[in-house]
Design a protein around this ligand. Structure first.
Ligand code: FES
Ligand SMILES: [Fe+2]
Length: 388
């Protein structure tokens, strides 16, 4: 975030703190419970968001050198990301053009080509078919037409986005709708990957996103984890198209009042939460960055598979640095995995009880409101609508 924006946002937070207020939506929003339970809606979300939208994969540091590769299956489509010899990243469907086997597994470094484990067709880092054993048996099929199918990919602001449908290109700045101003200022291209954890829970993928979208619950659910760190029920809210930014204040923020504005560093005194629509939550967390990427799993309705990553501005080279980042990861998991998600699973079961047809997002929960309005609006804009 640019310094002038930090000053503007810090002023808002200090005003909220002074007046015991928080950013408010215009009214209460009643979100239909079917948003979390309807199989038809879940199928439309999969077809639209998880097939055609740009999906943030993570930071550029996941693949730094030529020949680094990463397979990614969370969206339900086998994706292979490869760093090219000349530097750019490319993404392909991880599907052999002979009979469809996966040409790569997991992740790795220093690959010069990918040899399919089934019959040995081999592909270059650029996806081109290099060789096929018993080539004469396939001579009537031109090799040039047997490249791995390429997916659109954008690497910008130190982040990677791809979309799982060949040919479904996207304009990432149009999608970010102004949020790129903050992202560009963080210098994420020089960040380092520390750790990623994969979680699977019995919740709709949007419940997992919701977890991060209000601070109303902090001192009730998290009195021993993040409650002592951040003020409860105090946050800013700004929409950027379908994306959003919500800033929470650390309990240290009052220290800014004693400094000239030119020296204000909001990042040290806040947690800045972004939704990169549809399914990524990116959190600028004081001295490091956390990302959460949520995907529908199983039937797509009440199962979510997600990965959470911790990135650091400097590589973790010493034991004391590693202990520091380990403690941060433990705090994150103690909060989200041990406190938020068990409660979320109870909510998901309760959705099927018939207790109510709607859940309520208060005026003090504008980020939740915006996220769910954006989901509904995007589905409607694609011709699907909700509940039909
Ligand atoms: S399926 Fe890949 S070589 Fe046959
Ligand atoms: Fe929480």
């Amino acid at each position: 975030m640019l310094h002038q924006d930090q000053v503007d946002q810090a002023r808002k937070l200090l005003d909220h703190l002074h007046g015991r207020t928080t950013a408010l939506a215009e009214g209460v929003y009643r979100n239909p419970v079917t948003d979390y339970t309807c199989p038809q809606q879940a199928a439309r979300e999969r077809a639209l968001f998880f097939r055609r939208f740009p999906l943030c994969i993570g930071l550029s540091c996941l693949l730094t050198k030529a020949g680094d590769f990463l397979t990614h299956d969370y969206a339900g489509v086998p994706i292979l990301l490869v760093r090219q010899s000349e530097g750019p990243l490319r993404a392909f469907l991880n599907v052999c053009r002979h009979r469809g086997a996966r040409v790569a597994e997991g992740k790795g470094a220093g690959a010069r080509d990918f040899s399919c484990p089934y019959h040995g067709w081999s592909y270059g880092l650029d996806g081109a078919l290099l060789a096929r054993p018993a080539d004469g048996a396939f001579a009537e099929i031109d090799k040039a037409g047997c490249s791995l199918r390429e997916l659109p990919l954008v690497e910008k602001y130190g982040l990677i986005w791809t979309s799982p449908t060949p040919g479904a290109g996207f304009d990432i700045d149009a999608h970010l709708a102004g949020l790129e101003r903050d992202l560009a200022a963080y210098g994420l291209a020089s960040y380092h990957h520390y750790e990623t954890r994969v979680l699977q829970r019995r919740i709709n993928w949007k419940v997992a996103v919701d977890t991060f979208l209000e601070l109303y619950h902090l001192n009730v659910l998290h009195p021993r984890t993040v409650g002592p760190i951040l003020y409860s029920n105090l946050a800013t809210f700004d929409a950027f198209g379908r994306n959003l930014r919500m800033i929470g204040a650390r309990r240290t923020i009052g220290a800014l009042r004693d400094l000239p504005e030119a020296e204000w560093d909001l990042i040290r005194h806040s947690a800045i939460i972004y939704v990169l629509f549809p399914n990524t939550v990116l959190i600028v967390q004081g001295d490091h960055l956390e990302t959460w990427h949520m995907f529908p799993a199983g039937n797509g309705v009440d199962e979510c598979r997600m990965y959470a990553s911790l990135y650091t501005p400097e590589p973790a080279l010493t034991d004391s640095a590693r202990r520091h980042w380990d403690r941060n990861m433990e705090l994150l998991m103690a909060t989200v995995e041990k406190e938020d998600f068990p409660l979320s699973e109870g909510m998901q079961r309760g959705f099927y009880s018939g207790a109510q047809r709607e859940v309520t997002f208060g005026r003090n929960e504008p980020s939740l409101q915006h996220f769910h309005k954006s989901v509904a609006e995007a589905l409607a804009a694609s011709g699907g609508g909700i509940g039909g």
